[in-house]
Design a binder for this molecule. Structure first.
Ligand code: NAI
Ligand code: MG
Length: 515
């Protein structure tokens, strides 16, 4: 029986495809009526309307409170990864624009934002937060169009969390003296912030909200494949009456990012992205007095013990690696499952994966959207090929991919050993590597056997085991009987090659204060 067969649908005319389903298993689909179990479900397309967003043909840089073309007039296209259609031309900032943005940020810092009482700064942050809520659907649709992520995720996760970050840090702006950093913590000045494409608006919020609350001004460089929600956020800053120059948004690629972080007028650098670029940035700021935080890659272990509630663990595994197509730095990309339950867990996981629906990101039923770029797709394809070549067993549910756009089916590798590239390197795609262990000690050793250390998951019935393992895992965030949970009050960041510094919570303020 199959359901949700490939249908071309959706008024937009874009291919809307679904994963071919395996036979329904009542215990896993939640269908309790046996009569329904053999019938199958046909999902009608449920596309979110894109009318709420009007994408302009051209976007400028946001400098000193105004949108303007790049000084040398260069632009680049941003593409919808689900259709390969160009959506807009966006200004490509060069050195002259970086100079202008840093100068605007400096003057806003010295004249307006730095001297302003925290209670006044807070009002602007609250306003931005409320605007994000009011315009949430617009932001969600735009994010899904530019990034390829399912609307269900941009609507329920990215946008609400972005607003929550602004609300949370707005609350700190007038309480910095009580944050535990001494009686008069001072801002650093101008922050240069470079962010990736996997959570474009959310990463902008993670960077801007604490920086602004602490009294800094910002030059933000969004990723080249996902500039649009950062530019809409710039419009929200205008709408909120934020003084010109407090937030500047420079679109462009890696060169623009390199110019922002190495600009002598920048006092603080914050970066989220690849470990490779993180190392380049660390070299670029070495020997300067710039303060640096890096949030880099990961290869997290999601550890399932034999006493774990298996159905919940399977949901957690799915959420851990297939959320956002696996484009998640803290993704649970290595499943470590206790040998005695490994077969049962993998079997249930496969049944569950057969029910995931891949296709149009704007369809509200879609679980797995498009891969963000052809470069990322090529990287995923290369690493999965290496997995097969090194002898691991590859499995995907029957799955028809749309003709256009960048897609990769949910994939599970079993028979993985620690030396395989798919167990060591960050794939950053919907690909899970399954390894087994026998004892808790072996689980810890295997989990820590990675140059990364961003996150980990533990699934077990025993609270004492959770506490003991969490002590031993070299990872910045450890989730227990859940995965990929985020809250603005909770610090997030890595060990080892996953970077340093923390974002979120009181800790996140420290990165933007002279403490
Ligand atoms: P990337 O690290 O090159 O890009 C992230 C951001 O840094 C973008 O805004 C980019 O324009 C900028 N950038 C690139 N080179 C720069 C430089 N020399 N100086 C300053 N800024 C620079 O990541 P990319 O190429 O998009 O993805 C490559 C791999 O990195 C992915 O396959 C994934 O494994 C990992 N990655 C990890 C992320 C995370 O959240 N930890 C996010 C994005 C990618
Ligand atoms: Mg790169």
């Amino acid at each position: 029986m199959s359901s949700g067969k490939a249908k071309s649908g959706g008024s937009s005319g874009r291919g809307r495809l679904a994963v071919e389903m395996a036979p329904a298993h009542p215990e896993q689909t939640g269908e309790t009526t046996p009569a329904l179990a053999g019938l199958g479900w046909e999902y009608a397309p449920a596309p979110e309307s894109r009318d709420i967003v009007s994408i302009q043909p051209q976007y400028g840089l946001f400098v000193a409170g105004e949108f303007r073309p790049a000084a040398d007039g260069r632009t680049f296209a941003t593409i919808n990864p689900a259709t390969e259609e160009p959506q807009a031309q966006v200004a490509m900032a060069s050195m002259a624009d970086v100079d202008a943005a840093v100068a605007a940020a400096r003057s806003a810092y010295e004249q307006v934002w730095g001297p302003m009482p925290g209670s006044e700064r807070a009002k602007y942050l609250y306003r931005i937060a409320r605007q994000l809520q009011e315009r949430a659907r617009e932001f969600a649709v735009l994010e899904s169009l530019d990034n390829g992520k399912p609307i269900r995720e941009s609507r329920d996760v990215d946008i609400p969390l972005a607003a929550a970050h602004f609300f949370y840090y707005a609350g700190w702006a007038d309480k910095l003296e009580y944050a535990g950093f001494g009686p008069r913590p001072r801002p650093l000045g101008v922050a240069g912030q470079v962010i990736p494409w996997n959570f474009p608006l959310l990463m902008a919020a993670w960077k801007l909200a604490p920086a602004l609350a602490a009294g800094n001004t910002c030059v933000l460089k969004p990723a080249e494949t996902t500039p649009l929600t950062a530019l809409l956020l710039a419009e929200v800053c205008q709408q909120a009456g934020l003084p010109p120059g407090v937030v500047n948004v420079l679109t462009g690629a890696g060169d623009t990012g390199a110019e922002v972080v190495s600009h002598p007028g920048v006092n603080k650098v914050a970066f989220t992205g690849s470990t490779e670029v993180g190392k380049q940035i660390a070299r670029a700021v070495a020997g300067t007095d710039k303060k640096l935080t890096l949030e880099l890659g990961g290869k997290a272990a999601n550890i399932v013990f034999d006493d774990a509630p298996i159905e919940q663990a399977v949901e957690g595994i799915v959420n851990g690696i297939f959320f956002n197509q696996g484009h998640v730095c803290c993704a649970g990309s290595r499943l470590l499952v206790q040998e005695s339950v490994a077969d049962a867990v993998v079997e249930r996981l496969q049944r569950r994966l057969a029910t995931l629906r891949l296709g149009d990101p704007l369809d509200k039923n879609t679980d797995i959207g498009a891969i963000n770029s052809p470069q990322q797709l090529a990287k995923i394809a290369e690493l999965t090929k290496a997995g097969e070549a090194e002898g691991a067993h590859r499995w995907s549910p029957a799955c028809q991919l749309p003709d256009r756009g960048y897609w990769f089916p949910p994939t599970v590798f079993t028979g993985v050993s620690q030396s395989h590239r798919i167990a060591r390197e960050e794939i950053f795609g919907p690909v899970l590597s399954v390894l087994t262990f026998r004892t808790p000690d072996e689980a810890v050793v295997k989990a820590n056997n990675t140059p990364y250390g961003l996150s980990a998951g533990i699934w077990t019935d025993k609270g004492s085991r959770i506490l003991s393992l969490a002590q031993q895992l070299r990872a910045g965030v450890v989730w227990a009987n859940t995965y990929n949970r985020f809250d603005p009050a909770s610090p997030f960041g890595g060990y080892k090659e996953s970077g340093y510094g923390r974002e979120g919570g009181r800790h996140g303020l420290a990165a933007y204060l002279n403490v």
